[in-house]
Design a protein around this ligand. Sequence first.
Ligand code: COA
Length: 249
Amino acid sequence: MNEHIQIERRGAVQSIRMNRPDKKNAITRAMYAEMAKALTDGDADPEIRCHVILGVPGAFSSGNDLADFMAVATGGEGGREVYDFLLALANAQKPIVSGVDGIAVGIGTTINLHCDLTFATPRTEFRTPFVDLGLVPEAGSSLLAPAVIGRQRAFALLGLGEGFSAERAREAGLIYAVVADADLDDAVFTAAERIAAKPPEALKIARNFLLGDRTALIERIEAEGVAFRERLKSDEARNAFVAFMNRKK
Ligand code: COA
């Protein structure tokens, strides 16, 4: 168990809640490992029919823990847990519903490209400042985002690092619906329970058709991962991490 990830079961729905509010849900290696395990365990469990991914009020996630990035940038190991999580996400056998409130940076945005339904609150901002950090898009987002929201909006999001409000994200097709903060969990669990009540075999086949062949997605996740790890060791990235660490000084 990891103290920052809460796994709960509500009937046939398994929810994974990131819960590290003091760091705005920055995701550590241990958190990725726990979430990957929850997704694969839930996929293997016939009692579970739908996954839910949530954050805390005001923070879905501020992205990968920058201290972990810095550790890799300065020669340390890292990346396996992220990769395992991304594979579990991209290969998920059951639908995933996410609920996003507030901060959704980096992987806090790109997770949702793998979800079947995403609900977000009006105060949510989706932002992927990969290039500003000297990095490149990850999680297959360079393939998924152009397909989901169109190439130019994907460039604004992933290349320029422009923030997308919840409403802009909904218009673009990045998310399913905008709901009030107080209604987020209800909206997410109601949708997940609706999904869980469908005939599972028919839903699985339908979802697989909607997703299409996942080979290209897995290959893209791998290729992005290679570029990402190289970029982590670049001066551009190191300087950006140091600037973040020193920003309050
Ligand atoms: N990794 C590690 N720690 C992080 C973090 C991250 N990605 N994001 C936030 N934190 C930490 C901050 O260092 C701070 O810790 P401290 O209280 O010990 O100093 C705490 O979380 C709160 O963050 P703070 O910046 O004070 O909150 P804010 O509301 O002013 O800003 C963000 C929130 C998310 C906009 C800002 O923290 C940010 O830009 N974070 C970096 C996001 C990022 O670049 N992620 C990687 C994307 S690839």
